[in-house]
Design a protein around this ligand. Structure first.
Ligand SMILES: [Zn+2]
Ligand SMILES: [Zn+2]
Length: 138
């Protein structure tokens, strides 16, 4: 747990934000919506309350998308570079931080996987795969 300020940003750096205070839930979400939004195996999401979150710059270039049929899920992204960005849940109770956009260490690690019944058919845990420090040589 940490009360330090942790900043985050999109790929182009035009949108930046800060979070403060104790981090709550940190989890991997395997739902099909998170897979589409991230373009990846699962989303790595950290949850904070709205009063722990603020945009530092670039809020005007943050786009949002909110599927009609969802209860909580929405998304936000940089209109310049397309990166995922923190989004406020429908109803506004939490801000969901895509952890890959953090520039600092939140001080906690993910503690659960959710929507595992929706895992991609091609899912394989990264711990089961060989590791290379950089691009492997051919
Ligand atoms: Zn950007
Ligand atoms: Zn999800």
């Amino acid at each position: 747990m940490s009360s330090d300020v942790i900043s985050g940003s999109c790929l182009c750096g035009e949108a930046t934000y800060e979070i403060t205070g104790n981090m709550g839930i940190f989890q991997y979400c395997h739902c099909s919506r998170c897979r589409k939004f991230t373009g990846s195996t699962y989303a790595s999401n950290l949850f904070v309350s709205p009063d722990q979150f603020k945009w530092v710059k670039g809020e005007s270039i943050v786009g949002t998308y909110s599927p009609k049929e969802t209860k909580y899920f929405a998304t936000a992204f940089c209109k310049n570079c397309g990166s995922s960005l923190p989004w406020r849940s429908k109803g506004g109770k939490v801000v969901v931080i895509p952890a890959g956009t953090l520039d600092g260490n939140p001080g906690i690690k993910p503690h659960q996987n959710i929507f595992c019944a929706s895992k991609a058919e091609w899912y394989k845990a990264s711990s089961e795969l060989p590791e290379y420090d950089e691009l492997p040589k051919k």
